[in-house]
Structure formats: structure tokens, C-alpha cells
Design a protein around this ligand. Structure first.
Ligand code: FMN
Ligand code: FE2
Ligand code: FE2
Length: 399
């Protein structure tokens, strides 16, 4: 049994098998699906876990309350990594009342046949008294689904935050931040944000404003550690990422089949280094998994993207990144691009078209070359690196 506070228990599980979260985002160290049990005059389970782990969740619950029934299951988020065990749990706890908002039940009825009549449909600010603890519900739409909400225990400043403030990475024994070395979780929080929440900067800002009015001393998210001692740092991380604040640095992302684009990427890096920039990150997009690339792009103020012309368009791994960026809040960063061709150019044009949606600030026209990148092209690339370095050194907000 893992006790977080008196009568508040961790009953979540670790997934060390899933290779890619949501089928997309690489999980080098697994992920936890967190669920919490409050034992009071009434028993409330806050969120559930992926259906594959339901037996483990049941064992964890029984280790705390034995045969005592659960009265409520609060569904802060319907994504199946958290709601997946609901239908099975209701077989074991037939009288349990599911708690969600109107949009929660719109989804639960379709997924599991759970309707508001059998549960408890709550609205902004509604409360549910469990005994000595009272839950207050606050809607936090598009964090990152329309139904997302958070559950607050005002007296003790505990926030059950759903995916917000969560991280990739399984929990290795301890659950609360003060009982572990959290070093590995901070970059994983940024990678989680970039991958999962990056599209929703405006809703995150709205939610942070709302949460700013609450007493928050402990954050219990649905993935990663419980933030107690470092709750303020978790909130600051979100505030920084949602505000578009960047650090001084350049991320160079390229794809290359035969090395020509790579040579141009190297020249951009050399130019930036010659200009005095210290943080230069180069990602070969055929090698680095996109979530790591996105996390770096979120962190730094300058970006260069390059790729070969490929079948009348741009090399697929580069287009993949461009598509992901077009759906995220990255505007305002300093940008440069480059791309070669052998018979008819397309790569630079494609990057420019995507940038119309991305809204980055191009510091120079795209560099285009035919066949081998000659000295002229490499010179232009070094000049681009120089310009990006100067732009980011003048513009980036230092942490
Ligand atoms: C499968 C494939 C498709 C290509 N399609 C085009 C094309 O549509 N138009 C073009 O001008 N070049 C095309 N190219 C040529 C590449 O753009 C050119 O070889 C480029 O310089 C490769 O850069 P890299 O050495 O960085 O891989 C294609 C190359 C390959 C292998
Ligand atoms: Fe989610
Ligand atoms: Fe989740």
C-alpha cells in the first residue's frame, strides 16, 4: 500500500511494456498511469488506469479497503489510459457512481454505456463531500480533450490535475517527489508537454489563470510523480512552456539520404558556433524520435529545418516534423531553412508553405542548391547559422 497522506493512497500502475505512448511518442523509461484512492466516510477513486492493468489496480484498491465498496469514481479525463478500467471496475463495484461533467458523460456513454443518470454530473465549482474531505470540480477544457477537468481538495491544497503536470517515465518505487531524485522527470515533463499539450497553449494559459486562484500545495497528476515539495516548479514549467518563453539556443533539424543536406546542416551549425552561440542542437530526423525534437524546439528560440526534395515534395521525415509543428504553438521563433534537389526544386517551397501556418520569423530566404552543395551554398549556410545565432542571442529570454 502506498500512502501519500492520511487516507489518500496511490493505487496507480507502471506500464513498462508500451513502446510508444498514444502509438506515437517513444517511452524509453515507461509511463505510469496514476490513480488515487481517498478513504473517508465515502470512498472515492480519482481516475482509473489503462484496461490492461485493471487487475493490478483492483489489487491495489483491495490492499487499501479490502472488501469495502467504492462509492465514487471521479473521471478527470476520458482518454482510455485513464478511463479504460471503468467498465470492468463497474462489474466489481456495481453501485459505484461515476463523477464527471456533461462532456465527460457525452464520451462515457459512447465508450462504456455510462450515462449521467447512473452517475453524478458536475459543473464548474460543484462540490462533493466525502466526509472530512470535500472535492471541488473545476473544468479545464482542452487540457488536452474537451471534457478535461481537475479535482481540488481546498482544505489541504491537493489538486488532482489529470494529465496536466504529468510526465513520461515509470515510477521506480516512490511516488511523491520528496521521496525520490526527480532529475529525470523534468525533461520528461517538457517532452510530455511538447508532445501532448503543445497544441493547446491558449487553454493551458486559461487553466493556469484559473488554478492561480486555488490553494495548491500538492499536485497529483495522472502520470509521473506527485508534486509536493516541487509543486511550484511544476506550475512554473507549465507557465514557461505555455507562454512561449525560450532560451538562447538553436535547433537544427534535417533529413538526408546521401549526406548532402547533412553537410549544409553542419555548415549552419558551424556558422552559429562561429557567431558565439553555445547551445546548438542538431537532430537527424531519421534518427531522433519526434517528441525529443519537439521538446528541444519548445525550449530554444531559433530553429533551422532542412531536407532534400523527394518525389516532387520534401523528404518524408522532414514533412512529418513540419506537420507536427503546424499544429503546435511555436510561432515567433527565429527560423531558417535549406533544401536541395537534383532536377526540379520543391523542398524549400514546401517548408515556406508550412511556415505560413507555423508563423516563425524567417531570418533569411531559404537556401536552395542543385545536386552537390558547393562552396557558395555552404557559405550561405554558415551565414544563415550566423544570422540565427545573432537573432536568438538578441531575442531569447534567458532562464
Ligand atoms: C527516392 C528519391 C526521390 C527524389 N525525388 C526528387 C524530386 O522529386 N525532385 C528532385 O529534384 N530531386 C529528387 N531527388 C533527388 C534528391 O533531392 C537529391 O538527391 C538530394 O540532393 C539528396 O540529398 P541528400 O544527399 O541530403 O539525401 C530524389 C531522390 C530520391 C532518392
Ligand atoms: Fe490524455
Ligand atoms: Fe494521460
Amino acid at each position: 500500500m502506498i500512502t501519500i497522506k492520511e487516507n489518500l493512497h496511490y493505487v496507480g500502475v507502471n506500464d513498462r511494456v508500451k513502446h510508444r505512448f498514444e502509438g506515437l511518442w517513444f517511452l524509453p523509461e515507461g509511463v505510469s498511469y496514476n490513480a488515487y484512492l481517498i478513504v473517508d466516510e465515502k470512498v472515492a477513486l480519482i481516475d482509473t488506469v489503462d484496461v490492461g492493468f485493471c487487475p493490478e489496480l483492483l489489487d491495489n484498491i483491495r490492499a487499501v479497503i479490502g472488501d469495502r465498496p467504492i462509492d465514487y469514481i471521479v473521471v478527470n479525463h476520458v482518454e482510455p489510459d485513464h478511463s479504460g478500467s471503468l467498465a470492468l471496475l463497474r462489474q466489481f463495484y456495481p453501485n459505484v457512481r461515476v463523477v464527471g461533467n456533461k462532456k465527460t458523460f457525452d464520451m462515457l456513454s459512447g465508450y462504456y454505456g455510462i450515462t449521467p443518470e447512473t452517475g453524478l454530473c458536475v459543473a464548474e465549482g460543484d462540490t462533493l463531500k466525502l466526509g472530512s474531505r470535500t472535492l471541488t470540480f473545476h473544468l479545464a477544457p482542452m487540457l488536452h480533450w474537451p471534457e478535461t477537468m481537475v479535482t481540488h481538495v481546498a482544505d489541504e491544497g491537493i489538486l488532482f490535475s489529470g494529465d496536466a503536470f504529468g510526465c513520461f517515465g515509470a515510477l521506480n518505487g516512490a511516488v511523491v517527489d520528496r521521496d525520490m531524485d526527480c532529475t529525470r522527470f523534468w525533461p520528461e515533463m517538457e517532452r510530455y508537454y511538447a508532445a501532448i499539450l503543445g497544441k493547446f497553449g491558449a487553454p493551458v494559459r486559461t487553466a493556469l489563470k484559473k488554478l492561480g486562484g486555488l490553494d495548491i500545495r500538492m499536485i497529483c497528476p495522472t502520470h509521473g510523480p506527485v508534486w509536493a515539495d516541487q509543486a511550484a516548479r511544476a506550475i512554473d514549467t507549465y507557465r514557461r512552456m505555455a507562454s512561449g518563453t525560450t532560451e538562447e539556443g538553436l535547433v537544427i533539424c534535417y533529413g538526408s539520404m546521401y549526406g548532402h543536406t547533412q553537410r549544409v546542416a553542419e555548415a549552419v551549425a558551424q556558422g552559429a558556433a562561429e557567431a558565439g552561440l553555445k547551445r546548438i542542437i542538431v537532430h537527424n530526423l531519421s534518427v531522433t524520435q519526434p517528441s525529443f525534437v519537439l521538446a528541444d524546439i519548445y525550449r530554444y528560440g531559433a530553429l533551422a529545418i532542412g531536407g532534400p526534395t523527394y518525389n516532387g515534395g520534401i523528404f518524408p521525415v522532414v514533412e512529418d516534423l513540419l506537420k507536427r509543428l503546424a499544429g503546435r504553438e511555436v510561432k515567433g521563433r527565429k527560423m531558417g531553412c535549406f533544401g536541395g534537389f537534383t532536377w526540379t526544386p520543391a523542398a524549400v517551397k514546401v517548408i515556406d508553405e508550412y511556415n505560413a501556418k507555423m508563423g516563425l520569423d524567417m531570418v533569411a530566404p531559404g537556401i536552395e542548391w542543385k545536386q552537390k552543395a558547393g562552396d557558395d551554398t555552404l557559405g550561405q549556410a554558415r551565414a544563415l547559422g550566423h544570422a540565427l545565432a545573432q537573432a536568438v542571442m538578441a531575442n531569447a529570454t534567458q532562464q
